[in-house]
Design a protein around this ligand. Structure first.
Ligand code: FAD
Length: 416
């Protein structure tokens, strides 16, 4: 692993630093700088526009589709400088992180030209239509059908756990297009419009009053024929590209969010005296070590990308990344609740505001259930070993695809 950055990245680092200094609010870098929630909200609202004008959204995408064409290394430097400054990057998970890169990999020229600039500008918001009531971990069992009718696909069926389904303009949806083919071979990946009479979205309210995800019902919904990504009946391969992006997200820079969060937990422990408890100190040291492991593994993955070298260890890191950080995060949020002690049992968020301002990478809170940022992050951490493929499924993948262990036994079809 080479810990020195190539010297040619330094002018780029200086450029990003300067841009941040010029565009962040006055006083941002001063000790004790604070904004009221109202000021922060107003600033957040225009910040995405400023980022877009600066060309920093999806800046590694090619220039012809609206990106800046940055190299991988420049992309990392960009993230580092934003993290150093505590400046938020746009977090459009579905467009920027999942479907955008999948379209880049699998899309036709027309699809790239149509969709990518609209993702960058925020004109199209997306949701992910993979899971169904009887197809979660066993995703290839999806039943939602798409049948060609002239120039359009006609979609019938149901998706579930569709995050942001109520705001999305488009859904990247897996549909069965050949019911007679083996189950992995009869699926297509469609880019379907959401705002149409055949699509009914029912938000699912959670215990904290928020309703991030939805059930989505399709009744003769229409999708242009040409909006198949990666070819008809090739959807399983395309879906795996998306899942790869979902599971591999920020393997190189993702540790920063946990580093920042751990600082907040340590500050809370110092403030209420929990830091004097030797068991709490041990757990903080454990957490710190794990964040360092993620940092070093990230650097190792980055080195292999930059040097264009494949090594088996890096492949294993890619496969274990999601289960490692999600299981770490559950444990560290349990630590956070123990640090807060009895105070962690009452809601300490601000009920007067719809969304309190979370710290960098922390989860926003909800006015109906005013949890603090740490409490909210604790709740959400419970879901992190589920979405994007459960930790158990990741272990199966590591066992079967990497370690070459025997395939897990499948339930036999019931005999008549
Ligand atoms: C916060 C959140 C947001 C989500 N957003 C979306 C979204 O936007 N779009 C979308 O399509 N989906 C979304 N999902 C759904 C998510 O992808 C599924 O929940 C996930 O794939 C698991 O499927 P399931 O819930 O049907 O559980 P199941 O597959 O029924 O699994 C139940 C349990 O059995 C275990 N299990 C199942 N099969 C095996 C096996 N072969 N070996 C060992 N253990 C096994 C699982 O690990 C799990 O513990 C979201 C989920 C969450 C929690």
């Amino acid at each position: 692993m080479d810990l020195n950055y190539p010297p040619e990245t330094e002018p780029f680092r200086a450029e990003v630093r300067q841009w941040l200094e010029d565009h962040l609010p006055k006083g941002w870098f001063d000790e004790g700088f604070e904004m009221t929630p109202e000021e922060r909200r107003a600033w957040n609202e225009q910040w995405t526009e400023v980022l877009f004008e600066g060309g920093w959204i999806c800046a590694t995408w090619p220039k012809e589709y609206g990106g800046k064409g940055l190299s991988t290394m420049e992309g990392v430097v960009l993230n580092e400088e934003f993290a150093r400054a505590g400046a938020p990057m746009r977090a459009d998970f579905f467009g920027d992180t999942l479907v955008g890169p999948t379209i880049l990999q699998w899309g036709t020229e027309e699809q790239k030209k149509f969709f990518l600039p609209k993702i960058l500008s925020g004109e199209i918001a997306w949701c992910q239509g993979f899971s169904e009531p009887d197809a979660g971990s066993d995703l290839a069992s999806i039943k939602t059908r798409a049948v060609l009718d002239g120039d359009e696909w006609v979609i019938n069926g149901q998706k579930i756990w569709t995050t942001q389904g109520f705001v999305a303009d488009y859904i990247f949806i897996l549909c069965r297009t050949d019911p007679d083919a083996p189950k992995h071979k009869g699926i297509s990946y469609l880019l379907a419009p959401m705002k149409q009479p055949g699509v009914e979205v029912r938000p699912i309210e959670q215990v904290d009053g928020s309703a991030e995800f939805c059930e989505v019902f399709f009744t003769d919904a229409r999708c242009p024929k040409d909006n198949v990504l990666g070819g008809v009946n090739n959807g399983w391969k395309v879906a795996n590209a998306t899942l790869g992006f979902e599971r591999g997200t920020s393997a190189t820079t993702g540790y920063r969010r946990f580093e920042k969060e751990l600082d907040i937990i340590v500050d809370a422990a110092k403030a209420n005296g929990a830091i004097d408890d030797p068991l709490i100190r041990q757990r903080i040291a454990w957490a710190y070590s794990n964040v360092q492991i993620m940092r070093i593994n990230g650097l190792r993955s980055l080195t292999s990308v930059v040097q264009n070298k494949k090594d088996a260890g890096v492949t294993a890191l890619g496969l274990t990344n999601k289960m490692f950080w999600s299981e770490y995060h559950q444990k560290v949020m349990e630590l956070a609740m123990d640090v807060l002690g009895m105070d962690g049992q009452v809601l300490t968020g601000d009920p007067t505001i719809e969304e309190s301002v979370p710290g960098y990478g922390m989860r926003a809170t909800n006015a109906k259930y005013p949890a603090s940022s740490l409490q909210s992050s604790f709740f959400f951490s419970r879901s992190e070993t589920i979405w994007g493929g459960t930790a158990q499924i990741q272990r199966n993948i590591v066992g079967e695809r990497f370690l070459g262990l025997p395939k897990e036994p499948r339930a036999e079809a019931a005999k008549p």
